[in-house]
Design a protein around this ligand. Structure first.
Ligand SMILES: *Cc1c(COP(=O)(O)O)cnc(C)c1O
Length: 404
């Protein structure tokens, strides 16, 4: 099965709700989750959806009903997850460089907490001792991921406590009687090679040996999904089989049990998302034919921010002659979605779709140029439902205080 939404369906939704619009296909999220669940069915494994990819509360509720847990990186995400109905035990808080008060707030809400800084670990241990279990985020310094900006494991990374500081951790655990329940790592996004995960697992095992209270190892994310035609997603079946074998061996050797946790973001919601825009103008310059669409990096920042590639199609003219275009936005800043892209002939007024728009799409949008943020629509059981209204002028002025 490979769920997808047809061009006609996307056009019908875009006509009803206007453009630009983000459309999410619920069944695709279920398909991705079920692939993960099946791949790791041989060992107790929990999936915490990394909700920073897409936090619309309807998406959170849908994912909760699938049976997944949720990973949050801010106290506000924790609050939204609670509002969506996740019980505190199904929420993992993985912040970075936040004020200690934010960690105290998460503790008061009873959620799982991941600590990624020695000084915070010490403060937490001094305050709670053995009474509140924590997970420690380790930086194993594995170079992985699609792009330096989304790779978090390198030596200069601000994430996690360096693997070279494990003795510091041990001292704090001893002096504060801290209850370390889990070890976490997240080396980056878009890791295709299963061996990287296995290497990470080995490193975690080596640390776990010294912490007898550890009940789970959280390997973060890094699951890759295809953005280009010739790309493939992480082979989760192969990873599941190899990982299950390795964990079982560890359990036998040390007579312990270890759950495995993951935090998939993109894997869950990237492909469910379609971002539909309208071609405002075709602009021929001396060297290039531009399609200027009614959007920009204020709505989808990944191409400009990460050099990310998003497949684009002209859904209004799917059998038109193929031509080469540079697709740009309408904001006053260099704003290129794609250079020299082959598209079926684009006419002014045609609708274009960006694929893989579910993860880090709407979530990273802004009101730059005083443009409205797009609407969001959920397509579920064949029915399209508006789940976020497009901004209006009042939204742009909403928090402004007129003192002059
Ligand atoms: C962003 C993030 C993830 C999700 O990464 P994806 O590449 O979207 O799967 C998982 N865990 C943590 C701690 C993160 O910050």
């Amino acid at each position: 099965m490979n769920s997808s939404v047809s061009g006609e369906q996307l056009i019908a939704i875009a006509h009803e709700y206007g453009t630009p619009v983000y459309i999410y296909h619920a069944e695709k999220i279920a398909e991705q989750y079920n692939k993960l669940k099946n791949a790791f069915s041989g060992h107790p494994t929990r999936f915490f959806y990394a909700c920073k990819a897409l936090t619309n509360i309807n998406i959170l509720r849908y994912i909760k009903d699938l049976g997944a847990s949720v990973d949050c990186v801010s106290i506000n995400e924790v609050q939204i997850a609670l509002k969506a109905g996740f019980e505190p035990g199904r929420i993992l808080f993985t912040p970075n460089c936040v004020d200690f008060n934010e960690i105290l707030a998460a503790q008061a809400l009873g959620v799982n907490i991941n600590i990624d800084n020695i000084s915070i670990l010490e403060q937490f241990g001094n305050k709670f001792g053995h009474s509140y279990p924590v997970c420690i985020r380790i930086n194993p310094h594995i170079e992985a991921g699609g792009n330096y900006k989304i790779s978090t494991g390198h030596i200069d990374s601000k994430f996690g406590i360096s693997i070279h500081q494990v003795r510091h951790i041990e001292r704090i655990v001893k002096t504060t009687n801290l209850h370390v329940q889990g070890l976490h790592m997240h080396t980056g996004s878009e890791i295709k090679d299963v061996n990287v995960f296995m290497q990470a697992l080995e490193i975690m095992f080596n640390i776990a040996v010294n912490f007898p209270g550890i009940e789970f190892i959280d390997l973060g994310s890094g699951f890759k999904v295809p953005y280009k035609d010739d790309e493939h997603e992480t082979d989760v079946d192969s990873l599941g089989a190899r990982l299950t074998e390795a964990v079982k061996e560890f359990e036998r050797e040390y007579n312990r049990t270890l759950e495995v946790w993951f935090e998939p973001g993109k894997y869950m919601v990237s492909e469910c998302g379609y971002f539909v825009v309208k071609a405002n103008v075709i602009k021929q310059t001396t060297a290039t034919v531009f399609v200027g669409v009614n959007s920009g990096f204020n709505h989808l920042i990944r191409p400009m921010f990460y050099d990310a590639y998003h497949r684009i199609a002209n859904i209004s003219n799917p059998s038109g002659a193929e031509r080469i275009y540079t697709v740009v936005g309408n904001i006053c800043e260099t704003d290129t979605f794609a250079w020299d892209r082959v598209l079926h002939e684009v006419r002014e007024g045609d609708m274009l779709v960006f694929y893989n728009a579910g993860a880090y799409g709407y979530e990273m949008c802004s009101n730059f140029n005083s443009r409205f943020r797009p609407a969001e629509v959920l397509l579920k059981d064949g029915k399209a439902m508006l789940i976020r209204k497009r901004d209006e002028l009042t939204d742009l002025l909403h928090n402004q205080i007129e003192v002059l």
